[in-house]
Design a protein around this ligand. Sequence first.
Ligand SMILES: [Fe+2]
Length: 468
Amino acid sequence: MPSEAGDGFRRRAAALLRSAANDLKRDDDNAERDLGLEPGSFADYTSGRRPVDWGLIRRAAEVWPLNERDLLPVHDDCPRGLSVMRAKESRSSSRVLARGGEGYYEYRDTAMSRIASYRPEWIRMLRVVGDNDPDNPLVQWNRGHLLYQFTYFVGPVNYYYRWQGRSYCAPMETGDSVWGLPFAPHSFTARSDSEPAYILALTYGGSLVGDAQRELAVLGRQAAHGLALPVADGPSSLAAALRSFMAAQAVTPAELAARTGLASARIRQLTGEDTEDTGGSAVESELGVLAQGLGVSVRDLLPPRSGTHHGVAIQHGRDARSWFLPDEDTPAYRLTRLAGDPLHPHTSALQVDVLTPAARSDAQLVTYQHQYLYVLGDQPVEVGWEHSGERGTELLEPGDSAYVEPQVPVTFSTGGGGQHPRVLLLRIAGAVTPEVRYALGTMAEGGINRYIAEDQLWYSKEGSDRRA
Ligand SMILES: [Fe+2]
């Protein structure tokens, strides 16, 4: 078994085993028989007195309909709520990757955590070009990659992107940013070899990595294509959502018409069955009755929107929106909105200019998202945070980066210097999607604590549990 300082990993493994046995409706006697354990020992495993080892996990995955990973907890590599990677450590991870036999990029790792899906790299462009031609033969393209990519540009960097066979070049400068969709080929070069030209390529998988990817890998190509929902302007997205729910519930257009009071012809229009006339978007009152008829929420019928153009959303610094927090009269920070897309409403990219010399309680930043931060520019910044009732502070130097857990309040200050440090923040959602958050919010009393660390059988052996 992988080891981890402290007994947190062991306790989380114990809780997962109890939780899995509960799900399968096995009490201790049944679990011991299934797993070939000596009588009385299952409670030792589920209490953490004995470590859940590979042998037990393998045996459970053989005899129970679950996977080894269902019994494996994740590692907590951020016990203080915030973990720092110093610029020096980043430099020591430096490696040059060649394209076409010549060095093309220098990569350096920046702060990552096993808790979040970030894979953020500092990347220096080694190839210098003299034009903005996307077909310049000096440009070496990749094949695209799974992870979403938010990129922040520093210096004269050319960004190349390809969509549906066409190539584009966007000349970028410091403060520009872009957000791009998975698997679209792209590349970067420098327009000058006399000034720094690098990017912060903050890739992340979000909900695409983890369970969804593993499930689809088993279901196969045909199912994966069938499960893809369109994100398009116009009625086709609503039609796809409606058809999907109707298939799920085996509801015919006639039955939906009867439930909603809408005409069958209108249902056929809305579901895209009537190809002559797509019927336009549903009006608000129709969405309400459709949701009612299908027993879902209106939000489940509404497709997301994407502002990407040719697979990317570019935000030039010169047009970016800026504002002050907490207010313009006594600002602690000047915030600037960087590239993003409505397709990912739970991703926010911000540039933070730190104006306050000392940490201020009215300038605490707290969010449900995982946070990545990188110190831009040449000024150090002081970061303060609170976690499990303890306060921490660190002085972060330029090039230092950090990961911050969700719900951990953070403050930034200049530490008394007259200059204004600049911090790049990329916030992303983890596996705790809105569906999970709503589920947490509707659990019966005591449910949340048991969900994160199940420590008991789902019923009382002594009989009905009368505790309040
Ligand atoms: Fe990339």
